[in-house]
Design a protein around this ligand. Structure first.
Ligand code: PMP
Length: 294
């Protein structure tokens, strides 16, 4: 599924360093920034892991984001939050970039975004491109290093699939290009463990908890491609796609090739969660001070 966020034009100064940015993608539903704390935690953890000092404290960042959404008068939106290493020279040594900077992009996105894919389900191929190994650049860092996702997506396009699953170095299923995978087998839920090189999705975490809240058994484990093709049901999770039924892998139908009943149950429960103001940060009841932009 394509992101609806437009490409941005940046004025590139001659000494702008272009390496190693971290980012977040966050949804706003009915004026509430959904799972805000979880996204903010991941942003600061990603930055810490690559020694990037975010120029705003979490409180300042929160005020800046709330203010951006508010000034744009947005109720349902997507926020793309990017922290760059700032201006420096063209080399990779981050010490030459002394002042990191923050970019906040917001765009109206309907809660129904991706409704057709959610209704009918999506197909995937299995890509020849591997996720980064756990001992390569950290898969847990949400950086702009997305080349393997881009190449895997191109493979999907080539074979007419909607997306691609990527394997880890051992051949176990890791995740799709911008979403995490869940399967259902005999009324139990399974999702690849972090050791398969996944990005630990905010939606994944909320879904794991949701599955358990609904009383089902949930395993974080290793999954083979065979387990996916022979699952009763499967779905993908992500901020933009939410819960997306996966109905075909490499041309093989999963279950009866239609979104399954258990998947629908999780989707319905998720829609209630995202409509719940206590699941996020309300923008319009906030009395936080506006902070000065740097
Ligand atoms: N994996 C990758 C590689 C992603 O880019 C994303 C989107 N951020 C996800 C999984 C899903 O994560 P989230 O639920 O936090 O959007």
């Amino acid at each position: 599924m394509e992101s609806s966020v437009p490409c941005i034009g940046l004025r590139v100064r001659s000494r702008t360093a272009l390496w190693g940015w971290v980012f977040e993608g966050i949804r706003v539903y009915n004026g509430v920034i959904f799972q805000y704390k979880e996204h903010l935690d991941r942003l600061y953890s990603s930055a810490k892991a690559i020694k990037l000092k975010i120029p705003l404290s979490p409180e300042e960042m929160t005020n800046a984001i709330v203010e951006t959404v508010r000034r744009n008068g947005l109720k349902d939106a997507y926020i793309r939050l990017v922290v760059t290493r700032g201006v420096g020279d063209l080399g990779v040594d981050p010490r030459n970039c002394r002042k990191p900077s923050t970019i906040i992009i917001t765009k109206h996105v309907e809660p129904s975004y991706g409704a057709e894919a959610r209704q009918n389900g999506v197909s995937v191929t299995i890509s020849s491109i591997r996720r980064d190994a756990v001992d390569a650049t950290s898969h847990e860092v949400k950086s702009l290093n997305y080349l393997n996702s881009v190449l895997a997506k191109l493979e999907a396009v080539e074979v007419g699939a909607d997306d691609a699953l990527m394997l880890d170095r051992s051949g176990f299923i890791s995740e799709a290009t911008t979403t995490n995978l869940f399967i259902v087998k005999d009324n139990e839920f399974f999702t690849p463990h972090s050791s398969a090189g996944i990005l630990q999705g905010v939606t994944r975490k909320r879904t794991i908890n949701l599955v358990r809240e609904l009383g089902y058994t949930m395993f974080e484990t290793t999954l083979t491609p065979y387990a996916v093709t022979n699952a009763d049901e499967a779905f993908l999770t992500g901020t933009l796609g939410e819960i997306l039924p996966l109905v075909k892998v490499k041309g093989i139908e999963i279950g009866d090739g239609k979104p399954g009943a258990m998947t629908r149950r999780i989707m319905d429960a998720f829609i209630k969660i995202r409509a719940n103001p206590t699941e996020g940060l309300p923008v319009y009841q906030e009395t936080q001070k506006t902070i000065s932009r740097r």
